[in-house]
Design a binder for this molecule. Structure first.
Ligand SMILES: [Zn+2]
Length: 306
Protein backbone atom coordinates (compact mmCIF):
# COMPACT_ATOMS: atom_id res chain seq x y z
CA UNK A 1 0.00 0.00 0.00
CA UNK A 2 1.40 3.36 -1.01
CA UNK A 3 1.35 6.28 1.39
CA UNK A 4 -0.89 9.27 0.67
CA UNK A 5 1.22 11.88 -1.11
CA UNK A 6 1.29 15.62 -0.45
CA UNK A 7 -1.00 15.71 2.55
CA UNK A 8 -1.79 19.44 2.77
CA UNK A 9 -0.04 20.31 6.02
CA UNK A 10 2.73 17.71 5.70
CA UNK A 11 4.32 19.53 2.78
CA UNK A 12 7.61 21.23 3.68
CA UNK A 13 10.05 22.74 1.18
CA UNK A 14 12.48 24.68 3.38
CA UNK A 15 15.30 23.26 5.51
CA UNK A 16 14.42 23.58 9.20
CA UNK A 17 18.00 24.74 9.97
CA UNK A 18 18.10 22.90 13.29
CA UNK A 19 21.91 23.26 13.79
CA UNK A 20 21.53 27.06 13.75
CA UNK A 21 19.06 27.14 16.65
CA UNK A 22 21.87 27.10 19.23
CA UNK A 23 24.08 29.62 17.38
CA UNK A 24 23.15 32.76 19.31
CA UNK A 25 25.49 34.95 17.29
CA UNK A 26 23.96 33.81 14.01
CA UNK A 27 20.42 34.28 15.36
CA UNK A 28 21.21 37.82 16.48
CA UNK A 29 22.70 38.67 13.11
CA UNK A 30 19.69 37.20 11.30
CA UNK A 31 17.37 39.77 12.90
CA UNK A 32 19.35 42.67 11.40
CA UNK A 33 19.77 41.04 7.98
CA UNK A 34 17.84 42.31 4.99
CA UNK A 35 17.20 38.82 3.63
CA UNK A 36 15.36 37.63 6.74
CA UNK A 37 11.63 37.15 6.25
CA UNK A 38 9.18 37.34 9.14
CA UNK A 39 5.76 35.72 9.52
CA UNK A 40 3.48 37.47 12.01
CA UNK A 41 0.57 35.54 13.55
CA UNK A 42 -2.62 37.09 14.84
CA UNK A 43 -4.75 34.85 17.05
CA UNK A 44 -3.28 31.84 15.17
CA UNK A 45 -4.36 33.33 11.83
CA UNK A 46 -2.07 33.93 8.86
CA UNK A 47 -1.54 37.18 6.93
CA UNK A 48 -2.42 36.57 3.27
CA UNK A 49 -2.21 38.31 -0.09
CA UNK A 50 -5.25 38.31 -2.40
CA UNK A 51 -3.88 35.30 -4.27
CA UNK A 52 -3.44 33.25 -1.09
CA UNK A 53 0.29 33.60 -0.54
CA UNK A 54 1.68 34.27 2.91
CA UNK A 55 2.77 37.84 3.56
CA UNK A 56 6.41 37.73 4.69
CA UNK A 57 7.84 41.03 5.92
CA UNK A 58 11.39 42.21 6.61
CA UNK A 59 12.47 42.58 10.25
CA UNK A 60 12.39 46.38 9.88
CA UNK A 61 8.60 46.18 9.39
CA UNK A 62 8.36 44.85 12.96
CA UNK A 63 9.04 47.71 15.33
CA UNK A 64 10.79 45.58 17.93
CA UNK A 65 14.45 45.36 18.95
CA UNK A 66 16.29 42.04 19.05
CA UNK A 67 15.85 41.88 22.83
CA UNK A 68 12.14 42.59 22.52
CA UNK A 69 11.54 40.08 19.74
CA UNK A 70 13.59 37.11 20.94
CA UNK A 71 11.12 35.87 23.59
CA UNK A 72 8.49 35.70 20.84
CA UNK A 73 10.47 34.49 17.81
CA UNK A 74 11.04 31.02 16.36
CA UNK A 75 13.60 30.18 13.69
CA UNK A 76 11.41 28.33 11.16
CA UNK A 77 14.01 27.52 8.53
CA UNK A 78 16.51 28.82 6.01
CA UNK A 79 17.31 28.41 2.33
CA UNK A 80 19.85 30.00 0.01
CA UNK A 81 17.86 33.22 -0.25
CA UNK A 82 16.22 33.78 3.11
CA UNK A 83 16.05 33.02 6.79
CA UNK A 84 12.47 32.53 7.97
CA UNK A 85 11.33 33.65 11.42
CA UNK A 86 7.88 33.27 12.96
CA UNK A 87 6.59 35.72 15.54
CA UNK A 88 4.26 34.24 18.11
CA UNK A 89 0.58 35.15 18.31
CA UNK A 90 -0.06 38.85 18.76
CA UNK A 91 3.52 39.73 19.79
CA UNK A 92 3.79 42.07 16.79
CA UNK A 93 1.30 43.58 14.36
CA UNK A 94 1.32 44.48 10.69
CA UNK A 95 -1.30 46.17 8.54
CA UNK A 96 -2.93 43.37 6.56
CA UNK A 97 -6.38 43.13 5.00
CA UNK A 98 -6.80 39.36 5.04
CA UNK A 99 -6.11 37.06 7.97
CA UNK A 100 -7.12 33.42 7.59
CA UNK A 101 -6.90 30.19 9.56
CA UNK A 102 -4.45 27.52 8.42
CA UNK A 103 -7.25 24.94 8.63
CA UNK A 104 -9.18 27.01 6.05
CA UNK A 105 -6.42 27.83 3.55
CA UNK A 106 -3.73 25.21 4.19
CA UNK A 107 -4.59 23.16 1.11
CA UNK A 108 -4.21 26.23 -1.14
CA UNK A 109 -0.87 27.44 0.21
CA UNK A 110 2.35 26.47 -1.56
CA UNK A 111 4.56 23.74 -0.07
CA UNK A 112 7.09 26.49 0.74
CA UNK A 113 4.56 28.51 2.74
CA UNK A 114 2.46 25.78 4.32
CA UNK A 115 5.33 23.95 6.03
CA UNK A 116 6.65 27.15 7.59
CA UNK A 117 3.17 28.32 8.58
CA UNK A 118 2.24 24.98 10.18
CA UNK A 119 5.44 25.04 12.21
CA UNK A 120 4.91 28.66 13.27
CA UNK A 121 1.37 27.96 14.49
CA UNK A 122 2.36 24.76 16.30
CA UNK A 123 5.21 26.55 18.07
CA UNK A 124 3.03 29.52 18.94
CA UNK A 125 0.47 27.23 20.56
CA UNK A 126 3.18 25.44 22.54
CA UNK A 127 4.81 28.62 23.85
CA UNK A 128 1.44 30.02 24.91
CA UNK A 129 0.74 27.07 27.21
CA UNK A 130 4.21 26.14 28.49
CA UNK A 131 5.42 29.24 30.25
CA UNK A 132 6.26 27.41 33.51
CA UNK A 133 8.61 24.58 34.43
CA UNK A 134 6.82 21.23 34.81
CA UNK A 135 9.37 20.15 37.47
CA UNK A 136 9.26 23.10 39.85
CA UNK A 137 6.62 25.52 38.58
CA UNK A 138 9.04 28.43 38.07
CA UNK A 139 8.96 30.68 35.02
CA UNK A 140 10.85 29.57 31.91
CA UNK A 141 12.57 31.63 29.22
CA UNK A 142 12.78 31.04 25.47
CA UNK A 143 16.05 29.53 24.21
CA UNK A 144 17.46 27.73 21.14
CA UNK A 145 16.00 30.04 18.53
CA UNK A 146 12.53 29.56 19.99
CA UNK A 147 12.74 25.75 20.01
CA UNK A 148 13.08 25.28 23.76
CA UNK A 149 12.25 26.91 27.07
CA UNK A 150 14.61 26.79 30.03
CA UNK A 151 13.64 26.93 33.71
CA UNK A 152 15.08 30.05 35.32
CA UNK A 153 15.55 28.22 38.64
CA UNK A 154 16.68 24.62 37.98
CA UNK A 155 17.87 25.01 34.38
CA UNK A 156 15.71 22.19 32.97
CA UNK A 157 15.23 22.41 29.21
CA UNK A 158 11.68 21.91 27.94
CA UNK A 159 10.95 21.01 24.33
CA UNK A 160 7.78 21.21 22.21
CA UNK A 161 5.41 18.28 22.62
CA UNK A 162 3.49 16.59 19.83
CA UNK A 163 0.44 14.48 20.67
CA UNK A 164 -0.10 11.45 18.41
CA UNK A 165 -3.66 10.68 17.38
CA UNK A 166 -4.91 7.99 15.03
CA UNK A 167 -7.51 8.55 12.34
CA UNK A 168 -8.95 5.66 10.38
CA UNK A 169 -11.12 4.85 7.39
CA UNK A 170 -12.93 1.67 8.40
CA UNK A 171 -14.36 -0.40 5.54
CA UNK A 172 -16.39 -3.60 5.61
CA UNK A 173 -16.55 -6.58 3.28
CA UNK A 174 -19.28 -4.82 1.25
CA UNK A 175 -17.13 -1.77 0.37
CA UNK A 176 -18.96 0.48 2.82
CA UNK A 177 -17.19 3.20 4.82
CA UNK A 178 -17.81 3.99 8.50
CA UNK A 179 -18.23 7.70 9.26
CA UNK A 180 -19.18 9.47 12.45
CA UNK A 181 -20.55 12.81 13.60
CA UNK A 182 -19.24 14.34 16.80
CA UNK A 183 -21.71 15.73 19.31
CA UNK A 184 -20.58 19.33 18.66
CA UNK A 185 -20.90 19.12 14.86
CA UNK A 186 -23.96 20.29 12.88
CA UNK A 187 -26.36 17.80 11.33
CA UNK A 188 -24.82 16.19 8.23
CA UNK A 189 -21.14 16.73 9.12
CA UNK A 190 -19.40 13.36 9.07
CA UNK A 191 -15.79 12.24 9.13
CA UNK A 192 -13.60 9.22 9.75
CA UNK A 193 -13.21 8.10 13.36
CA UNK A 194 -10.23 9.44 15.29
CA UNK A 195 -8.79 9.54 18.78
CA UNK A 196 -5.69 10.27 20.82
CA UNK A 197 -3.12 7.59 21.46
CA UNK A 198 -3.01 6.98 25.21
CA UNK A 199 0.11 6.77 27.36
CA UNK A 200 1.67 3.33 27.02
CA UNK A 201 -0.39 2.48 23.92
CA UNK A 202 0.66 1.82 20.32
CA UNK A 203 -1.04 3.67 17.47
CA UNK A 204 -2.36 0.34 16.15
CA UNK A 205 -3.91 -0.63 19.49
CA UNK A 206 -5.43 2.85 19.61
CA UNK A 207 -7.15 2.28 16.24
CA UNK A 208 -8.77 -0.93 17.49
CA UNK A 209 -9.78 0.58 20.86
CA UNK A 210 -11.11 3.93 19.57
CA UNK A 211 -13.14 2.39 16.75
CA UNK A 212 -14.78 0.03 19.23
CA UNK A 213 -15.41 2.79 21.78
CA UNK A 214 -16.90 5.17 19.24
CA UNK A 215 -18.93 2.70 17.18
CA UNK A 216 -19.07 -0.74 18.78
CA UNK A 217 -17.39 -2.05 15.61
CA UNK A 218 -14.51 -4.52 15.90
CA UNK A 219 -11.73 -4.15 13.35
CA UNK A 220 -9.26 -6.87 12.41
CA UNK A 221 -5.88 -5.75 13.86
CA UNK A 222 -4.13 -7.60 11.02
CA UNK A 223 -6.00 -5.53 8.42
CA UNK A 224 -4.48 -2.20 9.45
CA UNK A 225 -2.65 -0.28 6.76
CA UNK A 226 -0.71 2.87 7.60
CA UNK A 227 -1.36 5.61 5.02
CA UNK A 228 0.71 8.55 6.29
CA UNK A 229 0.78 11.31 8.87
CA UNK A 230 -0.05 14.99 9.03
CA UNK A 231 0.61 17.60 11.75
CA UNK A 232 -2.57 19.28 13.02
CA UNK A 233 -1.49 22.19 15.22
CA UNK A 234 -4.82 22.63 17.05
CA UNK A 235 -3.06 22.59 19.37
CA UNK A 236 -0.39 19.91 19.00
CA UNK A 237 -1.60 16.78 17.22
CA UNK A 238 0.13 14.51 14.77
CA UNK A 239 -2.58 12.59 12.91
CA UNK A 240 -1.54 9.03 11.98
CA UNK A 241 -3.76 7.85 9.13
CA UNK A 242 -4.89 4.23 8.70
CA UNK A 243 -7.38 2.10 6.92
CA UNK A 244 -8.86 -0.95 8.59
CA UNK A 245 -11.37 -3.70 7.86
CA UNK A 246 -14.30 -4.33 10.18
CA UNK A 247 -15.10 -7.85 11.35
CA UNK A 248 -18.48 -6.84 12.79
CA UNK A 249 -21.26 -4.66 11.36
CA UNK A 250 -23.60 -3.65 14.18
CA UNK A 251 -23.10 -0.09 15.37
CA UNK A 252 -23.65 0.89 18.98
CA UNK A 253 -22.86 4.46 19.98
CA UNK A 254 -22.53 4.58 23.74
CA UNK A 255 -20.03 7.33 24.39
CA UNK A 256 -21.14 10.93 24.78
CA UNK A 257 -18.68 12.40 22.25
CA UNK A 258 -20.34 10.83 19.19
CA UNK A 259 -23.81 11.91 18.06
CA UNK A 260 -24.08 9.45 15.15
CA UNK A 261 -22.02 6.74 13.48
CA UNK A 262 -23.16 5.27 10.15
CA UNK A 263 -22.11 2.89 7.40
CA UNK A 264 -22.32 4.43 3.91
CA UNK A 265 -22.47 2.40 0.73
CA UNK A 266 -20.87 4.05 -2.29
CA UNK A 267 -24.35 4.89 -3.65
CA UNK A 268 -25.57 6.36 -0.35
CA UNK A 269 -22.34 8.32 -0.01
CA UNK A 270 -22.67 9.92 -3.46
CA UNK A 271 -26.40 10.58 -3.17
CA UNK A 272 -26.08 12.21 0.25
CA UNK A 273 -23.08 14.31 -0.79
CA UNK A 274 -24.96 15.57 -3.84
CA UNK A 275 -28.03 16.30 -1.71
CA UNK A 276 -25.71 18.04 0.81
CA UNK A 277 -27.14 15.96 3.64
CA UNK A 278 -23.60 14.59 4.05
CA UNK A 279 -20.84 17.21 4.35
CA UNK A 280 -17.26 15.97 4.18
CA UNK A 281 -14.19 17.45 5.93
CA UNK A 282 -12.22 20.29 4.32
CA UNK A 283 -9.55 19.05 1.84
CA UNK A 284 -6.87 20.28 4.28
CA UNK A 285 -7.80 17.46 6.69
CA UNK A 286 -6.21 14.01 6.45
CA UNK A 287 -9.76 12.71 6.99
CA UNK A 288 -10.70 14.07 3.55
CA UNK A 289 -7.78 12.22 1.99
CA UNK A 290 -8.66 8.96 3.77
CA UNK A 291 -12.25 9.21 2.53
CA UNK A 292 -11.05 10.04 -1.00
CA UNK A 293 -8.68 7.04 -0.83
CA UNK A 294 -11.68 4.78 -0.19
CA UNK A 295 -13.80 6.57 -2.83
CA UNK A 296 -11.08 5.95 -5.41
CA UNK A 297 -11.29 9.20 -7.39
CA UNK A 298 -11.31 12.97 -6.81
CA UNK A 299 -14.05 14.21 -4.52
CA UNK A 300 -15.71 17.46 -5.70
CA UNK A 301 -14.96 20.46 -3.48
CA UNK A 302 -18.73 21.12 -3.31
CA UNK A 303 -19.11 17.97 -1.20
CA UNK A 304 -16.89 19.40 1.54
CA UNK A 305 -17.48 21.89 4.32
CA UNK A 306 -14.76 24.18 3.04
ZN1 LIG B 1 12.18 24.32 37.17
Amino acid sequence: MELLKDLALSRFAVDRAAPLRTDQEWLSRAWSTDTTRVLVLKDSNLPLTDDLSLIWVKPEAIELTLEQVQPHAVLLGADDDHTYVGIMNDAASIEVVTWAALRAVGAQLSAHDVGLATTAIAMSQWHATHKFCTRCGSATSVTQGGWARQCLVDGTDHYPRTEPAMIVAVNDGDDRILLGRRIDWPEGWFSTLAGFVEAGESAEACVVREVFEESGISVDPNSLQYLGSQPWPYPASLMLGYRATAVSADITVEIAEMAQVKWFTREEFEAECIAQTLRLPNPVAIAFRLIQHWYGSDIPIEWTRK
